[in-house]
Design a protein around this ligand. Structure first.
Ligand code: EPS
Length: 381
């Protein structure tokens, strides 16, 4: 089974991951990982940290001459900011210069402090920080490379930032090209300008803002995931993986929550046939009975506003239990465009996992053979 772990604190030396379960013979282009890392750093409303970092992945093991070996793959991303935090975050000696006793509402600070007995809640925020998502992006971009020979593609976009929605009517290839170059992840220029002005106003008021992001997966074969048991359902695993991204508060597939507001004939997608089975609509977002059905898989997620407010909320100082303003850490006003990159990575990882579960073997040649024989069989169904 494809799986991974990450480690690393936001102001520690580096982020690390070990990815296990990649077959041998997958062609790995590290620049594809690095360009996603660069995309994650962009976006209107990002804070000062992104001016310090130039995130790049170094592969420490498991890849030789541009191909996976089938052994665990270790990845590292350096934190350039470590140079400014070495005395505070050192493994052998550390000062309490930047200790945190006024937990931020909405962040892991207080509950993490209670749970792990960290009176200096810096120990919590350092790991809970969304800095960890840099490594998730590297892992997703690595895992997605196993899917490339099968033509599986991933698209991302920002649906809304606070009160401003992307009003694009057509979402074709040029739309998604515009999204990649948009500082807010929109395809429509007028909506983009409105979103930038909105973020400026949010920043001026000492606030932060969230939004909704969407990821679409194209060219998936039917039958990834399974209806037979809860933990093999593709939608369940996608929701788990996306929900685990920092600041995500909800996930929907296809029509999602809207399906609770209309009757059955407006929800279910009629089946047709023209050399292969297809659906006349795609309200299911490409997943029925916990399995991909061959239509595009569409996942949406809502990101809450970042909890660090420059105009801080009330909290309690855990040292003397008096009312205080929450700690103000350097932060982003809006990280929704970055979040769309991270959610895409979470989806890439889960799709790669489901694909390997269906067609898995130890090497790419076996997987290609298994894929071909399955596709030939369902062609005759
Ligand atoms: C982030 C790095 C962090 C934050 C942000 C995401 O760096 P720093 O704390 O040094 O500014 O900017 O994390 C959060 C907003 C959060 O609440 O955890 C990154 O690399 O994306």
């Amino acid at each position: 089974m494809l799986r991974y772990f990450t480690s690393g604190e936001t102001h520690g030396r580096c982020l690390t991951a070990i990815v296990e379960g990649m077959p041998s013979g997958v062609k790995i282009d590290i620049e594809k990982i690095n360009s996603e890392l660069k995309n994650r750093q962009k976006g209107y409303g990002r804070g000062g940290r992104m001016a310090i970092e130039t995130d790049r992945a170094t592969i420490l093991s498991g890849v030789r001459g541009g191909y996976t070996l089938g052994s665990p793959i270790a990845i590292q991303i350096e934190n350039k900011d470590w140079a400014n935090w070495e005395s505070i975050m050192g493994a052998e000696s550390a000062t309490d210069e930047k200790s945190v006793s006024c937990p931020r509402p909405g962040h892991a600070d207080l509950t993490g402090g209670l749970k792990y007995n960290h009176h200096d809640m810096r120990n919590v925020l350092e790991r809970a920080s969304a800095r960890e998502t840099a490594m998730r992006v590297a892992v997703g971009a690595l895992a997605a490379q196993v899917l490339e020979p099968f033509g599986i593609e991933f698209l991302r976009r920002v649906v809304r930032i606070g009160e401003v929605c992307d009003s694009s009517a057509v979402m074709d290839k040029s739309f998604y090209d515009r999204v990649i170059n948009s500082p807010v992840g929109f395809g429509d220029k007028a909506s983009e300008d409105r979103a930038k002005a909105y973020i400026d106003a949010i920043k001026a008021s000492g606030e932060s803002v969230g939004g909704v992001v969407e990821v679409t997966v194209l060219n998936l074969p039917p039958g990834l995931g399974s209806y037979v048991h809860y933990d093999r359902k593709l939608d369940a695993n996608l929701a788990f993986s996306v929900m685990s991204v920092q600041a995500i508060k909800g996930v929907e597939i296809g029509m999602g929550f809207e399906a609770g507001a209309v009757c059955g004939s407006k929800v279910h997608d009629e089946i047709a046939y023209d050399t292969k089975y297809y659906r006349l609509t795609n309200n299911a977002g490409g997943i029925e009975g916990g399995m991909s059905n061959g239509e595009p898989v569409i996942v949406r997620a809502v990101m809450k506003p970042i909890p660090t407010l420059y105009n801080p909320l009330r909290t309690v100082d855990t040292k003397d239990k008096t009312e205080h303003k929450a700690t103000v850490e350097r932060s982003d006003v809006c990280a929704v465009p970055a979040c769309s990159v991270v959610v895409k990575s979470a989806v890439q990882f889960e799709i790669a996992k489901a694909f390997l579960e269906k067609f898995g073997g130890d090497c790419m040649d076996d997987i290609k053979e298994s894929y071909k024989s399955y596709m030939d069989r369902i062609d005759k169904f």
